[in-house]
Design a protein around this ligand. Structure first.
Ligand code: SF4
Length: 526
């Protein structure tokens, strides 16, 4: 979500004549787009804020802005704690960012009210207001996608499209419902049009974004703007959904998430891949699974965070499902889509978590066979229900041990899941040089080498989101394959990577000359 916000901010500022630099020291304006989900991310950004404070005390003239969830959560006290910060802008107020920058650039003595755009309590209260007054939608609608990458690492062929903002779930450890506000659902027409524009501009793969995408539900004819056109609307609660899909909306026409996927698949035929994140394990209807089965360009991949295998801990987290219900969802998904690839998130060391609770989580991992899992040690976040009501009582060393145990367990499971691909030919969307190649390139710069030694390794992802690397033919050119979907024969597997070779039929492709994309290095310091 933050990546997309950064892209929208970049587009908004570029349209106003700002240019971007990869060198924060030479920038007139430095913006940090912050995440508040984990303490580590916050500490990192605050340390960078500290460094800019030193530069400013030494006389550097630079406008420093903090945008995103940390700005929203901490609010104006940040300005007294870090006087070097010139502006604060929450994720729900990004349309006001240019005005804040303008104020800060014009004068150094701006009133606090003109340096801050935060939703504050309005964030939840807007749930009852017509989302028609929601200027943030204009940011998405006016999006200027830059296929050259806008300085973020070369040409791009994949893009995010937001379908919902905010969240109504209130998991007890999470700040998102407070920092991003109530769940607001964009109109299906706006989403489909944005996908079409991106595909027409050369995008091969689109990822639909939302905190809980399967809860997307748009009721037509309810939220209308001044010109009578449909506008974003506040999403319904979980009670609007059943296992077989959303309930009827009093006879009104609705677009469900399954309907939205089907529309994009049908109305944007030039789009090669369609993905979505993140799924909420409750209320994932069979209608969505069936659309995934019937539409070949929708990736068979689910990111469905489980967080814990203990029902007691899931209750304390307010997740709204049991481990049994989660497993039932996974079984249903595999029943309808036998080749589905599943990733998850797990938190260890949540308040009161016992060895027994932890063992139940480990058992669940073995049962689901996730292709990978993002495993986090619990860290209490101010402003959440858990922060207020649940003492952080699992000692740090216990959290660390459980985290390491689960990482080791998941590595074994991931190795098995990846090994099953050996000998198969998989379709790989080529993203660019592999990580190894990028570090070798950095080394070459340091060592003064000009040419790569040996084969160049490329990296991409399968439809099931398995990272796959392969060597370019000796005289191949990376840019000829980047952004293409190519068949790769899998030769061996590691826990998180498949190693393969280009199928013979594709090798000649890698040697063709292609038009070189315009250069133009731009960088927003995020
Ligand atoms: S579903 Fe829960 S964890 Fe996810 S964003 Fe909403 S409140 Fe946070």
């Amino acid at each position: 979500m933050n990546e997309l916000d950064s892209e929208l901010v970049r587009g908004q500022l570029a349209a106003l004549g700002y240019s971007f630099t990869p060198d924060a020291d030479s920038a007139d304006v430095v913006l940090y787009n912050t995440c508040s989900v984990r303490e580590q991310a916050e500490n990192k950004v605050l340390s960078r804020v500290g460094k800019i404070g030193i530069r400013k005390r030494e006389g550097a003239r630079v406008v420093l802005g903090l945008i995103g969830c940390l700005a929203e959560r901490e609010g104006t006290p940040l300005l007294s704690r870090f006087p070097q910060i010139d502006l604060l802008c929450g994720p729900g107020e990004l349309d006001r960012l240019p005005m804040l920058i303008d104020n800060a650039l014009k004068t150094e003595t701006v009133e606090a009210a003109d340096r801050v755009a935060l939703a504050g309590n309005r964030n939840r209260r807007t749930a009852t207001l017509a989302a028609a007054a929601d200027n943030l939608e204009l940011l998405d609608l006016s999006r200027a996608f830059d296929p050259d990458g806008g300085g973020s690492g070369g040409p791009r062929h994949s893009a995010y499209v937001r379908i919902t903002r905010g969240c109504n779930k209130f998991c007890t450890y999470c700040v998102v419902p407070f920092t991003r506000g109530a769940e607001v659902h964009r109109t299906p027409d706006a989403i489909v049009q944005e996908c079409r524009r991106l595909a027409d501009g050369g995008v091969v793969e689109i990822t639909l974004l939302g905190q809980t995408v399967n809860h997307y539900l748009y009721t037509h004819g309810v939220a209308l703007g001044v010109n009578g056109q449909e506008v974003p609307q506040v999403g319904p609660g979980g009670s609007a959904f059943t296992r077989s899909g959303p309930r009827g909306a009093n006879g009104r026409r609705v677009t469900t998430f399954a309907g939205l996927l089907g529309r994009i698949h049908e109305e944007v035929p030039s789009l090669r891949r369609l993905r979505f994140v993140t799924c909420f394990p409750r209320d994932f209807g069979d209608d969505i699974l069936r659309v995934m089965r019937d539409c070949p360009r929708i990736c068979r991949y689910l990111h469905a965070p489980v967080q814990s295998g203990s029902d007691r801990i899931l209750r304390l987290m307010n997740r709204g499902y049991t481990s049994g219900e989660y497993l039932e969802f996974i079984d249903r998904a595999r029943d309808i889509l036998p080749d589905i690839s599943i990733a998850g998130d797990v938190i260890v060391g949540f308040p009161t978590e016992t060895e027994h609770d932890f063992g139940q989580t480990a058992d669940l991992l073995g049962r689901v066979r996730f292709k990978n899992n993002f495993i986090f040690k619990y860290s209490p976040r101010p402003g959440t229900t858990a922060w207020d009501r649940l003492p952080d009582d699992v000692p740090t060393d216990v959290k660390r041990r459980r985290n390491n145990d689960l990482l080791a367990l998941q590595a074994g499971i991931s190795a098995t899941v990846h090994a099953e691909q050996v000998g198969r030919t998989v379709e790989v969307f080529v993203e660019g040089l592999s990580r190894r190649e990028n570090s070798r390139a950095a080394g070459r710069v340091e060592l003064g080498w000009e040419r790569p030694r040996g084969r160049i390794q490329m990296s991409g992802r399968t439809a099931g989101d398995l990272i796959t690397v392969f060597d370019l033919p000796p005289d191949g050119k990376p840019e000829t394959l980047q952004g293409r979907i190519v068949p790769v024969r899998v030769l061996r597997a590691a826990p998180l990577v498949l190693f393969g070779c280009l199928e013979a039929s594709t090798r000649s492709l890698a040697k063709q000359t292609v038009a070189v994309h315009r250069s133009g290095i731009t960088q927003l310091e995020i």
